[in-house]
Design a protein around this ligand. Sequence first.
Ligand code: SF4
Length: 339
Amino acid sequence: MAIVGADGFHLLDALAGQTTPRAAAALPSVAVLRRVWARHFERAKDGTGGACLGPTQGRGPGDRVESPYDADAPFRAKSSTRWTGYMVHLTESCDAGAPRLVLHADTTPANVHEASRTAAIHTALAEKGLTPAEHLVDSAYVSADHLIAARESHRIDLVGPGRRNLSWQTKIAEAFSLDDFAIDWDRQLARCPEGAESTSWAESTKHRGQRPTIRVGFRAADCRTCTSRHRCTRIRSRYVGRVLALLPRREHEALAAARMRERTEQGRHLYAQRQGVEGTISQAVRAFGLRRARYRGLAKTGLQHLATAAALNLERLAAWLTERPLEPTRVSRFAALLA
Ligand code: SF4
């Protein structure tokens, strides 16, 4: 690797030299090579012209180009999964009494976050005349802004668990989380589960152009003597009461309504229909090789995904017309033991 790195630097130095024709140094492939080398190699500090692999830790997001053969295919780490390439977002129908068909395949470089595709997918579905009344998605595609934009721009009811609030109050069943407080927006007042009313309401923005947050404070004297204090706040000071951080009203209410639906039987039943897409991805991976990009570049990989979606649909239509039943959902032996 050290020799490969040193050779690469040698070549790049030569290309940057005075004697190299400008047209050669300006080739797009040279620019890609430069980015790849900047990401993977470091010059030896002893001035010998050697090189070594750069550290993989602490590289940060930066320029995630991995290979000079495909500059569209960046690196991504998501939980314990790491890969280089692309990401595909499949949208399928789940109407009762009809075959489940893939309606849209949206392909992006791997490092494009799911959240940035919700609106793009809705626009694409609208252009095809396939806007769903309800769109069941996983939490990565849901935020207050997405809920509002889907409803207002496309009349889509976006259904999915909002990203988790990570405060300790949401992790302990008996603790008082934000949802346990009644908010009176018109009076700019919050009432806690013990009946105390907030005494301060202040809107602030950390950075210019950023969405404001609202901090709502309770009187320290109320919280100090409250018998439920241990369920509500861990603020040590006796002189500070519970403080809530709220999004602006529209966003707060959109998220609160989504969370409320999640807890109802009807909401759970509705969202359970989304499970089918796991089978679709599994079928696309196992039967049609979705996990591997056959071509280089975003455009061709996107085309591959469209072909895969078309093949899935043909297979499903054939199954539907020949009345071939769906495979039952597999239950692991461990889960079967627990049942
Ligand atoms: S600690 Fe304060 S805000 Fe929390 S329940 Fe008690 S009185 Fe209400």
